[in-house]
Write a protein that binds this ligand. Structure first.
Ligand code: GLN
Length: 453
């Protein structure tokens, strides 16, 4: 039924880069047989799922939305993907994304953008627009996204779906093609908070293949989502992430959601996180720095594309590498590689990367202080509803500004969730409500999120 739905709508939405029709059906049949034999299966066995194309999937193409990886079929599964398969969840396909997860609209995908199912002239968010759109357009009940600066939460906000970025280290990064290793985190994209919790539980937990993986049990997210209890909880409104700069209709839905929490027995406090105003500047130095290093491995020798320079008889390895990277990377990726390489150069390192790392510390300190007076922090997820294609494409700064509310969580490694808060009056489009919790207290996101559903 889901594949038929994809046939009917994905010509318009373009959420998928690759539909794994045959293997998904084979896996579903296999689960049916096992169930028929009376085998005891995982509670999500047979529930199909779509996976962002940044996750290595054995036998299925993995492009990261880039031409440079066109034709690459990974010989192994990411840990997240392995856990989905072990739970018996058929993988429906790979979802579209901004190239190497750089962007907030999917307009930077080398394979064309995904369209927002609510309005096909608008962006579905990014970088994981495909994973949210595939869920919003009912092509999959669940999807996997990755969030380095908001790429799970902002697409969820603008497509009226739920998305969680777990605590850094809560979900293995093994097999997740790295954008910025100190910020990347995979998580669930779903239609309900409970669905997100069920999926979080499957993919979370310690993995010896990832040295940054937390060696502790997955927080009690399913329990918390079922209880949906916020009585006596302190909800902190982040002063720097509300009001000015936020679309009126987004702000109005946010205020209403806060009132719902009060009605459900929570207490509201205001907190100030002054360093958050420098988060964007720090992020857009740290991310390109890490990305420039991570993307150095695309050297025309190891993966995917290889382009020979024109008019050169006996090209050197370096010439092949340059020609391949020139042809294989898009503008945004090149922009960030140049920026990151510059920020890491000797003579500039302390001024740029070093300063950004100091700001990162201050942001983490702001969170620590805020969580002394609040159990969770809340804000609108994104300043606006879905914008129109082309609106911010020629102005990288305008695109970056859309991440103002999501980025602090990645810099500090704390978990965050976005869930729908309703439709903005101006345009009738979904607005997102963001919840942030202290590191390793992911269950609080689910308690608060479920109380709002
Ligand atoms: N918009 C952010 C960026 O472009 C989001 C990145 C992400 O979370 N993958 O860097």
């Amino acid at each position: 039924a889901l594949l038929a739905r994809t046939d009917a709508v994905d010509g318009d939405v373009h959420a998928y880069l690759h539909v794994a029709r045959e293997s998904a059906l084979a896996s579903a049949r296999h689960i049916d047989q096992r169930r028929g034999r009376g085998e005891e299966l995982h509670r999500l066995a047979g529930v199909p799922i779509a996976v962002k194309d940044v996750m290595a999937t054995k036998g299925l193409p993995t492009t990261c939305g880039s031409k440079i990886l066109e034709g690459w079929i990974p010989p192994y599964d990411a840990t997240v993907v392995r856990r989905l398969r072990e739970a018996g969840m058929p993988i429906l396909g790979k979802t579209n994304m901004d190239e190497f997860a750089m962007g907030s609209s999917t307009e930077h995908s080398a394979y064309g953008p995904t369209r927002n199912p609510w309005d096909l002239d608008r962006i579905p968010g990014g970088s994981g627009g495909g994973s949210s759109a595939v869920v919003a357009s009912f092509q999959a009940p669940l999807a996997i996204g990755t969030d380095t600066g908001g790429s799970i939460r902002q697409p969820a906000a603008v497509t009226g779906t739920v998305g969680t970025k777990p605590t850094y280290g809560g979900v293995s990064r093994y097999g997740l093609v790295a954008l910025a290793s100190s910020l990347d985190q995979a998580g669930p994209c779903t239609r309900t908070v409970l669905d997100a919790a069920l999926l979080h539980e499957v993919i979370g937990g310690h993995d010896p293949m990832d040295s940054t993986s937390i060696d502790a049990p997955v927080p009690g997210v399913v329990e918390a989502a079922r209880r949906a209890d916020v009585k006596g909880m302190k909800i902190g409104i982040v002063r720097e992430l509300t009001g000015e700069g936020f679309q009126a209709g987004v702000q109005a839905r946010f205020d209403e959601s806060v009132q719902h929490l009060v009605d459900a027995g929570a207490e509201v406090v205001e907190v100030s996180c002054p360093s958050f105003t420098a988060a964007l500047a720090a992020y857009y130095l740290i991310l390109p720095s890490e990305a420039s290093s991570n993307l150095a491995k695309f050297d025309a020798m190891r993966f995917g594309l290889r382009v020979l320079p024109e008019g050169v008889d006996d090209p050197s390895a370096e010439q092949v590498m340059a020609a391949t990277r020139d042809a294989g990377f898009g503008d945004e990726v090149k922009r960030r590689i140049i920026l990151g390489t510059y920020a890491l150069s000797s003579g500039y390192y302390d001024a740029y990367y070093g300063s950004a790392q100091k700001v990162r510390r201050l942001i983490a300190d702001d969170f620590t202080k805020a969580f002394e007076s609040a159990d969770v922090l809340v804000s609108p997820t994104a300043p606006t509803t879905a914008f129109r294609f082309g609106d911010k494409l020629d102005d990288p700064m305008a695109m970056y500004l859309n991440d103002v509310a999501t980025i602090p969580a990645n810099l500090a490694g704390v978990p965050g969730m976005s869930l729908p808060s309703g439709l903005a009056d101006e345009d009738g489009l979904p607005a997102g409500f963001q919840i942030l919790a202290p590191a390793a207290a992911d269950e609080r996101l689910y308690a608060v999120g479920a109380a709002l559903e």
